[in-house]
Every structure is written in structure tokens, then in C-alpha cells.
Design a protein around this ligand. Structure first.
Ligand SMILES: [Ca+2]
Ligand SMILES: [Ca+2]
Length: 548
């Protein structure tokens, strides 16, 4: 009921905006028609202002230091047999996610989109993709997630819209359109531009527009205050519904200053810092940014505060394979990176690598080492859906699609338990061996391993949000400590093919350390000078804790 009222109010606001446009700002439309140009399409554009109204947060204060899972709704669970994952299917899967132990879900875009796939070509920033359900379905998902102590953050794309977004179809219609300056236009094609191997200037009948990623994704003009306001109002639209925050797409690409200055421009950090301040006006909201060329810069407190640790993911996987230089790099990463950074070993984009199963060629010992590394090091870990059961990609699919296969719920080689109909895309290559039904009840499974380490982060708060102390590498063994309050955790990971010993220094004198995970020995006492020796079997890890 509440939702119906909210929608009704927004619809009224939109009507007012249209009337204002027709009465005042609509002169551009009339004059352009009179000038012989095509009049703008009469498409619906809701650009109304939205005032902050925080419903509060039902989540525990530390929910955002817990483990997140990235979910591709289209590929997660289909509730109605049309072969396409949807919000109701995800809501039905929340007990599984609670069992896994995650405290946050990142949803790839659920806003209406023209691509009918990944969702990053947004056609309506204030509505749900029809194939996924309705706003009411979304509200129910958030409500049910909160009941289970799980926060929901959604993807938000500020850099570009879909090319069929009414904002852009207006802007494209005429050089005099009132939305023209919401995008980036030139009458003559600029030269010298190359972004990720492509010329970003795209031709239309009314001029050239800038689209860094695709002709289907025109870049917004984020120097235009009205565009910034529109996005901030759209963020409030979701925050007012109880969304727990956002994952921001492509923050390195927001503002361009020329063909040699189009990435990570100073304006981007200011824009995101202001967004962070907007979220700080609400209770317990979290945001994480995608800025692959400068993760630590975007994780600054003056910008996003959290950003994905691109680069670190490759070192983690190579360390798991026993690469000595990578083990050193993993040890050093948090000497400079803040503990608020977001870690992962793969995601929905091919540039971040294959699914972990494929990166390690199905070697489950290496798989567990990679997982243990990022679940025990600082940072907020982001599991990619299906990673916890060792889902592979599908080698028959190309590009990003092989990473975005339907979730493997069962060993059914036709449906994977994902749908009662025909899946929208081929299943993962290892669905018959690696699936939820086979693993969920088995403590020795990969699922059991993830569940144990995720739970360990809750049992030992120093693992979830503690500082990073005394990283040290000896041969193939990495050791480090995590400290929070009076709690200290010692982690030793042995990436080698034979047992290793690691001498850990800097412990409290005569501290008694208690075994929390791995082939430990019950308790272990540090020497009078705060030193202790840990023996770790091949390709495994141990975790000990002490409280003073
Ligand atoms: Ca469906
Ligand atoms: Ca841009």
C-alpha cells in the first residue's frame, strides 16, 4: 500500500514537471518544430526532485564489513518458468544466502534496461526491469533480506544511460532540445580520441555524441548540474525505499577533459565524494565504486570510501598457484590499501578474469587458497554468485556471457534447477558436479569451506574489520595479524606443495593463542619476546586468536 502511495506521488510530480516544461521550458520544442527539425518524442521522463526520507536501517551496525555476494538477477533464479531469473526467484533464494552467511547482496542493475542482459544500458532510473518484476517485488525482496540480516545494494550507472532512454531520445532529436545538454555533443567529429580501442564519438543526424563504452550507451554530461541533480534524486528514490546503498559503475569515466585526459579525472573524485555525503545523510548506507585504474584513490574517504581492489585479484589467484612474486604482492597490498577496500577474485566482467574455477583450471586446492586469502585478509569480500560452489563458466560462450550463466542449483543438465522452463542461456560447464544440491549439506564441500570462513569473520571481528599487522613471507608461507580492540588474530597461509613453518613475531609476550581454523594444535604459546612458530600443511591455512 505504501508503495502504491509513493508511486502515486511520483506520478503527480512528473505531471507537474511536464506541465512546467510545456508552459515554460517547452519553447525549445516548439521553436525547433517551427524551424523544421523533428520535434522531440513525447516520451515519459520523470526528472522530479525527490526529498530524502530515510526509513532507517534494520541491519546490524557492522553489516557492511561482512561478506557480500554479487548477484546477476537474470541468471540467479526464475520464479515463473519463463527461463529468465527474477526478483521473486531471488527472494525465494534468501534462505540459501543466509545459510551461506553473507550480510550483503550487490545486485547488478535491476533498473529498466534496453539491453535485456547485463542491465548497464538503463532506460529508466526509477523503475524495475519488467522481466525482473515490479517495484513491489523489489520492496518485498529488500524487506525479506532485512529480516535475515542481509543488506541490499544496487548497481547505479551515472556515466551513461541506454540510448533508448527518453532523456537521450529527446536530446538526440534536436540541437535545441531542452535535454540536449544532458549529454555530450559536437557538430563536427573531434579527432584523436581512443577509449579502450574505440572512437567514442558517435554520429547521428543532429551531431556527434560521446559514448565511451558503446553507441548504445551515450555518456551523460556530468558538468551539467541538472544531470547531477537528476542522479542524486534518483538515488534518493531507491534510498527512500530502504535500499542499503549502491555499487557505482565506471566511476573512472565520469568526466572527460580531452583525448589525453579521459580517465580518473579530478572531477570524478569530487562527484563521488558528494555522493558519499548524500548516503551519509541516511543510516548505515554503503557504497562501493568500480574504478579499475585507481582503486586506492577511489577508496579514499574523500571519494567513495570503498572501491574494488582490481589488480589485487590477479595477485591473489597467482599466489594461490604458488607464484613467489604474487605472494609478496599479496602480503604488501594492505600496507597502502585501506581496509575499507572491496576484494574479489572474479566478477561479471571478462576484464577481471574468468570465473575462479577456470582461472585455476579446476584445481580445488588452489581454489581454496585463493578464497582463504581474500576472506582472511582485510577488505570487504565480494563473492561472485556460484563461486561458493565452484561454478565454472561455459567455454562455448564468448566474452562476458560465459561468466553470466544461470546459477547451478541442481545437477539437472537441462535446467540446473534454475527454471522450470528453458534457461535463457547455456548452463555452466560443470553443473552436474558443482551445484547447490550436491554441496549444501556436505561440510567438506567447497560450499562448506566458504560457509566456515564467512562464519569465522563473524566469530572473530578482527578478521572482519581489524587492522593489518606484520605481514611476512617466508618461502611459500604468508603470515599476517589482524587487530581490533583487544582481539588479535594470526593467519598463516601456505601456498606451497609441502608443509611449511612460519615464525611470527610481534605477538604479546607469552600470549596464549587458540586455534580457530585449520590443522591447528589447540593452543600455542608465544615466547617471552613475542615469537611463535606455526606449522602449516601443504596448500592450507591456519587461524589462531588471542585476546588481551
Ligand atoms: Ca522469470
Ligand atoms: Ca563520461
Amino acid at each position: 500500500m505504501t508503495n502504491w502511495n509513493r508511486d502515486g506521488r511520483l506520478r503527480l510530480s512528473f505531471t507537474l514537471v511536464l506541465l512546467l516544461m510545456l508552459g515554460c521550458g517547452g519553447g525549445g520544442s516548439s521553436s525547433s518544430a517551427a524551424g523544421g527539425q523533428t520535434p522531440p518524442p513525447a516520451a515519459v521522463v520523470d526528472v522530479s526532485a525527490i526529498v530524502a526520507s530515510d526509513p532507517g536501517s534494520a541491519l546490524p551496525a557492522d553489516w557492511q564489513t561482512g561478506t557480500f555476494i554479487e548477484i546477476y538477477v537474470r541468471g540467479y533464479k526464475d520464479s515463473d518458468g519463463d527461463g529468465i531469473g527474477d526478483l521473486k526467484g531471488l527472494t525465494q533464494s534468501l534462505d540459501y544466502l543466509k545459510d551461506l552467511g553473507v550480510t550483503g547482496i550487490w545486485l547488478m542493475p535491476v533498473t529498466a534496461s534496453q539491453d535485456h542482459d547485463h542491465g548497464y544500458a538503463v532506460s529508466d532510473y526509477r523503475n524495475i526491469e519488467a522481466q525482473y518484476g515490479t517495484l513491489a517485488d523489489f520492496d518485498e525482496l529488500v524487506r525479506q533480506a532485512h529480516m535475515r540480516g542481509i543488506g541490499v545494494i544496487i548497481d547505479y550507472v551515472m556515466n551513461h544511460s541506454g540510448s533508448n532512454n527518453p532523456l537521450f531520445t529527446h536530446a538526440k532529436a534536436a540541437a535545441t532540445d531542452s535535454y540536449r545538454d544532458w549529454y555530450i555533443w559536437q557538430t563536427a567529429k573531434p579527432s584523436g580520441w581512443n577509449i579502450y580501442g574505440n572512437d567514442p564519438w558517435r554520429r547521428t543526424g543532429t551531431g556527434y555524441y560521446f559514448g565511451a563504452f558503446s553507441d548504445q550507451m551515450p555518456d551523460f554530461n556530468l558538468r551539467n548540474a541538472a544531470v547531477i541533480d537528476y542522479h542524486r534524486n534518483s538515488m534518493r528514490f531507491w534510498l527512500n525505499r530502504g535500499v542499503d546503498g549502491f555499487r557505482f559503475d565506471a566511476v573512472g569515466n565520469l568526466v572527460e577533459n580531452g583525448p589525453g585526459a579521459w580517465e580518473d579525472q579530478p572531477e570524478n573524485y569530487v562527484i563521488m565524494g558528494n555522493v558519499r555525503a548524500l548516503l551519509d545523510g541516511y543510516a548505515q548506507r554503503y557504497m562501493v565504486c568500480e574504478g579499475p585504474a585507481d582503486p586506492i584513490g577511489f577508496a579514499a574517504t574523500t571519494a567513495c570510501r570503498s572501491a574494488f581492489a582490481f589488480g589485487h585479484n590477479n595477485d591473489i589467484v597467482n599466489a594461490a598457484k604458488g607464484n613467489a612474486a604474487a605472494i609478496l604482492a599479496v602480503a604488501d597490498y594492505f600496507r597502502t590499501a585501506p581496509t575499507t577496500i572491496a576484494t574479489m577474485v572474479s566478477n561479471h566482467d571478462a576484464f577481471a578474469g574468468d570465473r575462479l574455477y577456470d582461472q585455476v583450471g579446476g584445481n580445488l586446492a588452489q581454489y581454496r587458497l585463493a578464497a582463504a586469502t581474500y576472506l582472511l585478509q582485510p577488505g570487504t569480500p565480494f563473492i561472485y554468485y556460484g563461486e561458493e560452489i565452484g561454478m565454472s563458466g561455459n567455454a562455448a560462450l564468448g566474452g562476458d556471457w560465459k561468466l553470466r550463466t544461470p546459477m547451478s542449483w541442481s545437477a539437472n543438465s537441462i535446467t540446473g534447477g534454475f527454471t522450470t522452463g528453458t534457461p535463457f542461456r547455456a548452463l555452466s560447464g560443470n553443473v552436474t558436479s558443482n551445484n547447490v544440491a550436491a554441496e549444501q549439506r556436505d561440510p567438506a564441500s567447497l560450499f562448506g569451506f566458504y560457509k566456515t570462513l564467512i562464519a569465522l569473520r563473524k566469530t572473530l571481528p578482527s578478521l572482519a574489520s581489524g587492522s593489518y599487522v606484520n605481514p611476512s613471507v617466508s618461502g611459500s608461507a604468508l603470515s599476517f595479524q589482524r587487530m581490533l580492540g583487544n582481539e588479535r588474530t594470526v593467519v598463516v597461509i601456505n601456498y606451497g606443495n609441502s608443509a611449511a613453518t612460519a615464525v611470527v613475531d610481534g605477538l604479546p609476550a607469552n600470549a596464549v593463542l587458540t586455534d580457530a581454523y585449520g590443522a591447528g594444535t589447540g593452543t600455542l604459546t608465544a615466547s617471552a619476546i613475542g615469537s611463535a612458530t606455526f606449522t602449516v600443511p601443504a596448500q592450507s591455512c591456519v587461524v589462531y586468536w588471542t585476546r588481551s
